[in-house]
Design a protein around this ligand. Structure first.
Ligand code: ZN
Length: 132
């Protein structure tokens, strides 16, 4: 993966996540518009999911926002790794990460093999939290 290409992808991702997080905060503040049936907002502006929003959705939104924050940190860390010259290498085994994978997840820190291992660990932790 070309460093300039990676930087471009990461900047795009950073913008996208920041926009998403900002939008969520705005939505939380203007919540009462969702309750009023006679809203002046045009339906075309609204995602179907918003129209059907309820308490469960608000909980989902909180966790989405958390995930967004974490991803944003990953993206910024990846930008830092470009400067250090370690970008695109697995943090566990040091092997180069596939370009195909970096196109989809430019902030990837691990090769496919070790990503799966990390996700297993994360899932195990999340499961433990949920049961607690
Ligand atoms: Zn690896």
């Amino acid at each position: 993966m070309d460093a300039e290409r990676a930087r471009g992808l990461l900047r795009q991702e950073e913008d996208r996540i920041e926009g998403m997080l900002a939008g969520q905060h705005a939505q939380d503040r203007g919540e009462d518009t969702a309750d009023g049936a006679g809203s002046t907002q045009s339906p075309a502006d609204q995602h179907p999911a918003d129209a059907a929003s309820d308490l469960a959705d608000r909980e989902t939104r909180a966790s989405v926002s958390e995930q967004g924050q974490e991803r944003l940190e990953d993206v910024r860390a990846a930008l830092g790794r470009i400067d250090e010259g370690t970008y695109g290498h697995c943090e566990v085994c040091g092997r180069p990460i596939d370009d195909e994978r970096l196109e989809l997840r430019p902030e990837a820190r691990y090769c496919v093999e070790h990503q799966q291992e990390q996700e297993r660990i994360i899932r195990a932790q999340a499961g433990r939290d949920r049961h607690g």
